[in-house]
Every structure is written in C-alpha cells, then in structure tokens.
Design a protein around this ligand. Structure first.
Ligand code: SF4
Length: 344
C-alpha cells in the first residue's frame, strides 16, 4: 500500500463550496475483438452532501463501469475513458496524475464492492487490514491503529469486536463480511461512498440490515452515497434521486417520489411493473420482454425500441432521443414521455 498521508487542501482548484461529486458527459468504451463497446455514453449526474443517488439498471447497462471510472479503477485496456469530466469539489479527477488520484480515492471517495470475500485479502486478519489503512494513511502507531480498527468494527455493529478483530475474512458470515467492507470504506472518513450492489449476495433480512446500517452511517457523517443497483425495491427505501441507465445512457433522472408516482420512460415503467408494490392493490406483475442490446451492436434510433411497447417509426429512424425536460427537476429520454407518464 502506498503512503498517501495527504493534505487534500493542496489539490489545485479544490473548492469546498462545489459539490462533492459531479459527473459530466462521461464516455467509456471497451475495445474488444468484436468491436468497440460504448459502455458509458454521455452519462451525467451530481451528488450533494448527505444525499443518496441511485444508479439503477440491468446488468451490462454501464452502471458499474461508471463507478469504476469515478474511482479510477477501470481495467485499461480494454476499458478507456474517452471523454467527459469527473469533478470532486470542482477538481476534474480525470486530469490528475495517478499519484493525486490515489489520494482522493483513499481519503475522499471510497467504494464498497458486491463481493466482500474477493475484495478482502484472505491471508490477513480483518484487524490487520483495517489497521494498515490507519498506519499508511494516517501514520498511526501499530497499537493506535488496532484500537481504531476495533472502534470501526464496533461502529458497523460487529459483535465482540475486540475478539473478532483477530479473525480472517472467511471466519465471518456474508453479512458480517459486508460490514467489514463498510468499515474499511469509512475508515478514512470519505465524503462520497460508492456502493456497487452492496447487498446482492445477501439474503433479504441481512440486506435490510446492511442498508439500514449504511443509511445510519451516512446520516451521521453527512456523506454522499452513490448506490449502484438493479433492485428497484432497495432504491425505494433509501434513495433521494435516481438515474436510470439503459445501454450506457441515463434515460430518466428524477426524485424517487416522482419516479414511483409516474415514470416518464417506458423502461422505468417496465421496471416498476416488475416489482410488487404495497401502494397498488390488485397489481399484476409483468417482466420487460427481450434482452438488453449488445453494446457493440446497438439498434438504430432509441436503443430501447425493440423492447418498447410505445415504440413508433420515429423511434427507429431518428437518432436516440436525448434527455428532455419533463419538469424543472426531472428529465427523460423518450419522444413519447407525455403518453408514458399519462399526461396525454
Ligand atoms: Fe420507446 Fe420510442 Fe420512447 Fe424509445 S423513444 S423509449 S422506443 S417510445
């Protein structure tokens, strides 16, 4: 681990009044043997302090690639960021040298991964792995770092933290391991936490506990949370704003209540119709027909048109619709958003 015990104030251009995270027109492509896959194609969103922004979509829609690009952990090659900006408090991370980027990644923007077992090192105790963060990044003594590690395990509600600090990752259950991951992500007190499908591998009860813990810690620290998920149910409980992604683009962006009350894009509507809702009596569940398109071979026009029940000729012939203003605080990329929303 590299020593990055840093003063972030030294980052040129850092503006404490700017948003903790702004992603503008991000473009990521994968250069594969089958051609270029435009995995992220002009994605923009921002994040306020203390807010939860959900990035929602099926697997392969570009949401995890977006997270990896923000963190600077994209596998290059084959993945390349080819355009756009990723601003942390006004500083474009894409323009920073890797040494500076690492400082931000270690101290200000942290990430939790779906699979805690492969994200943790199996040959070291969780206490050692946590303590290393404090020793390398905060210059603490071995003893103080271990004490901080125990405090963190306590913070994420791991019972008997003083004993468990000496256990290895495989000695923890899936839910407890995810708590360890959260502890590691929060160790250096980041302003932004990116959680990539943090509960997908867990059973439903444990999922709820982990999401409640994340929400509690987020509130205590006024931390911004980017929640990457395919699960509309998880989003409903915790998100403030949602960006729905399809085939590498954001196709709808709105506050959670607006989206649940009246989605303006057929894809969002399809996702909502596929989950049980307590607020709808006699609801029939239906799945979105078909599969997401290959990113190396997108359909002409709107990428959703082969699966869309509202599609008309214009959807196949015209270029893909860009995000249109549905209201001052929401956008949707659909020629027929008024019909979809029920306004016409
Ligand atoms: Fe469906 Fe057309 Fe809207 Fe695309 S633009 S989502 S195909 S109605």
């Amino acid at each position: 681990m590299t020593d990055v015990n840093v003063k972030l104030d030294a980052l040129p251009g850092l503006d404490p009044n700017a948003l903790p995270l702004e992603v503008k027109n991000l473009q990521v492509e994968f250069r594969t043997r089958n051609g270029i896959a435009h995995a992220v194609n002009g994605v923009s969103f921002d994040l306020r302090a203390g807010e939860t922004r959900a990035i929602l979509g099926e697997s392969g829609c570009g949401k995890s690639v977006t997270a990896q690009a923000i963190m600077g952990i994209l596998d290059t090659p084959p993945g390349f960021v080819t355009g756009g900006e990723i601003l942390y408090r006004g500083v474009d991370l894409l323009k920073l040298p890797e040494s500076e980027r690492r400082k931000v990644r270690a101290n200000r923007i942290a990430m939790i991964f779906q699979d805690a077992l492969s994200a943790l090192n199996p040959v070291f105790t969780v206490g050692f792995q946590l303590a290393e963060l404090f020793r390398k990044h905060r210059g603490m003594s071995r003893q103080d770092a271990k004490a901080r590690a125990i405090e963190l395990l306590d913070l994420v509600k791991i019972p008997a933290a003083r004993q468990r600090v000496n256990d290895y990752p495989h000695q923890f259950s899936g839910g407890m391991r995810q708590r360890v991951m959260i502890a590691m992500a929060l160790a250096l007190d980041p302003e932004v936490l990116i959680a990539d499908e943090p509960t997908t591998a867990l059973d439903v009860t444990v999922q709820a506990q982990i999401m409640a813990l994340l929400a509690e810690l987020q509130q205590e620290r006024n931390m911004g949370l980017v929640l990457i998920t395919h699960d509309m149910g998880v989003v409903a409980d915790v998100a403030d704003r949602i960006s729905v992604m399809y085939a590498g683009r954001v196709i709808e962006e709105a506050g959670v209540d607006d989206i649940y009350a009246s989605p303006a894009h057929p894809y969002t509507k399809g996702l909502l119709e596929s989950i049980p809702r307590l607020d709808l009596k006699g609801q029939e569940l239906s799945a979105i027909k078909g599969l997401p398109p290959a990113l190396t071979n997108l359909p002409s026009g709107c990428a959703f048109n082969p699966r869309c029940r509202y599609a008309q000729d214009v959807c196949r012939k015209d270029p893909a619709p860009s995000l249109l203003q549905v209201s001052p605080s929401r956008t949707a990329a659909c020629h027929f958003w008024k019909e979809v929303k029920g306004d016409e």
